[in-house]
Design a protein around this ligand. Structure first.
Ligand code: HEM
Length: 501
């Protein structure tokens, strides 16, 4: 009889089976899942669409939701069927530090579309090989060779800004400088973003436009193949973002092909960029990047990791310095005392020894955060103890760095820009909580380049120019959306030379 019903009504039966399966899954996730003892909203325990709603539909709001959940449920919250988030700064070291065996979560990192890069490597052995190769180009020693080029870009930035009697968009200006630096380092050619009117280089604008696409691709990976067929009216934003994303890819492919031809034609070129070295036929075959696809993945990841991050830190820092006369005067005074003739070039090593400048850079890093999303890691087969809790194998865990950087116990008045907090006798113990670059085996590979750029830009900007803020208010930097990087509401920071203010 039962078999007869099945044959007579196959669609009904299929629907009934699907419903039974989903009900069983819901009950399992709520009551019998290894994470069911952790608090959190039932909907988040049942389905990943809880997160998708905040990331895609509400747009970059998941970090704010995590903050709400911690105030409701306490320091450990189940934010997905298989995922926990911690609001406990001790958890950061346990998840990300040197001894950590936890690995990157492939279901998250896949959405960047750079699986072949150092950033996209999930397997620790593969990551080691790629990081070892890339370290040749981003070590402290490598930065000494790049110091001149970074200084030239800082000089160029200042000359562009000081020749203008109009307000300058610092959001785009700093990103133009960092984009120029990373393109020279990658291709041996500069994209010359600093020379574009109003700092509106097409590559830079396309990178910015494409950023929100990240969460859409993470939740709906198939949309990348379908988008061409979507009617324009249905998703205008989506079309804009995809168009920008494809432009970025096409530009990079063109540049990559040019580097390959150059490397083959001139293998003994003196100044070799990253791509020239990879493609040089006389170098040993590069095991880290055996074909064109991983090389492409690497440059796509470097251009994103290397331009927006430093640009954001500089924009946030510049706002805070200009917003507080005492800070601005103390910084300028230190720079003048140690760099009396600003026509002379200044060495990075001199800047690195300046305590107030260093404190300004650290405070800028703290309040700009780096990547604001929790960086998800998977617990290994033995399980782990995090913040005093036993965490079962295969659980995804993470903590957004904002929970450390804005913790009032570590950083009293956490939203205030106070370089002095880094200048107290006890301040060295604070360094371990400045986690913009993350820590451990997967910490930022470009950290030396980032510090070099930050020192140079802050020193040149504040030693050579007297600026005032136009059209901006502090709430714009405290209120951001989370698209892996922070995206601020309101306008972009504009400044004008003091004599024209
Ligand atoms: C203020 C500037 C910067 C900040 C705050 C920053 C922050 C970070 C963070 C938090 C990570 C870890 C990401 C994760 O675990 O998923 C990371 C990784 C990485 N960063 Fe940076 N970064 C900065 C600048 C740069 C620059 C200038 C470059 C190079 C051009 C760079 C290249 C990389 C690479 C290749 C990785 C991947 C490392 C790995 O996964 O093993 N970053 N960065």
């Amino acid at each position: 009889m039962h078999i007869l019903i099945t044959i007579d009504h196959p669609i009904d039966t299929a629907c009934a089976l699907v419903i039974i399966f989903w009900l069983a899954l819901v009950i399992q996730r709520l009551y019998f899942h290894p994470l069911s003892c952790f608090p959190g909203p039932p909907l988040a325990a049942i389905t990943g669409f809880y997160r998708t709603y905040f990331e895609v539909i509400k747009g970059g709001e998941f970090l704010r939701e995590i903050q709400n959940l911690h105030s409701l449920y306490g320091p450990v919250v189940r934010i997905g069927p298989n995922e926990l988030h911690f609001n406990d700064y001790s958890a950061h070291a346990e998840i990300y530090s040197v001894g950590s065996q936890l690995t990157k979560d492939p279901s998250f990192y896949r959405c960047f579309g750079v699986d072949g890069s150092a950033f996209g490597a999930v397997n620790p052995c593969v990551s080691k090989i790629r990081r070892a190769f890339m370290n040749n180009f981003f070590s402290r020693r490598a930065m000494l060779q790049l110091e001149d080029m970074i200084r030239q870009k800082a000089v160029h930035l200042v000359s562009r800004l000081s020749n203008s009697k109009q307000p300058n968009n610092m959001f785009l200006a700093f990103r133009s400088a960092t984009l120029d630096i990373i393109t020279v380092h990658m291709f041996g050619h500069c994209v010359d973003a600093l020379d574009h009117p109003d700092f509106c280089a097409p590559l830079l604008l396309d990178i910015q436009t494409a950023i929100p696409l990240l969460w859409t691709i993470k939740s709906f990976p198939w949309i990348a193949t379908l988008y061409l067929f979507l009617p324009k009216g249905v998703g205008l934003h989506l079309h804009e973002q995809f168009r920008a994303f494809l432009n970025v890819r096409q530009t990079l492919i063109r540049w990559l092909n040019r580097s390959q031809s150059e490397a083959e034609a001139h293998p003994f070129l003196h100044d070799q960029s990253i791509c020239h070295q990879i493609f040089n036929p006389f170098n040993k075959p590069c095991h880290a990047y055996p074909s064109m696809q991983p090389v492409f993945d690497e440059i796509l990841s470097l251009i994103q990791a290397g331009s927006d991050t430093v640009g954001n830190t500089c924009t946030v820092g510049t706002f805070h310095v200009l917003n507080n006369d005492a800070v601005r005067l103390a910084l300028v005074e230190e720079l003048k005392a140690n760099w009396p003739n600003d026509e002379d070039p200044i060495d990075l090593s001199v800047l690195q020894d300046l305590p107030y400048l260093t404190a300004v850079v650290k405070e800028s890093l703290r309040l700009s955060h780096g990547f604001v999303s929790p960086l998800p890691r998977i617990v290994g087969p033995m399980g782990a103890y995090i913040a005093g809790h036993y965490i079962p194998p295969k659980t995804t865990v993470g903590i957004s760095v904002t929970f450390v950087h804005l913790n009032p116990i570590l950083f009293p008045n956490p939203t205030q820009f106070m370089p002095e907090r880094w200048l107290q006798p006890s301040s060295t113990s604070l360094n371990k909580y400045l986690l913009s670059f993350s820590s451990g085996p997967r910490m930022c590979l470009g950290i030396s380049m980032a510090w070099a750029e930050l020192y140079m830009f802050f020193a040149y900007i504040f030693r050579k120019m007297d600026m005032r803020i136009v059209e901006f208010d502090i709430s714009d930097f405290n209120d951001f959306k989370d698209y892996f990087v922070p995206i601020y509401g309101g306008g972009q920071l504009h400044v004008i030379r003091a004599e024209y203010a």
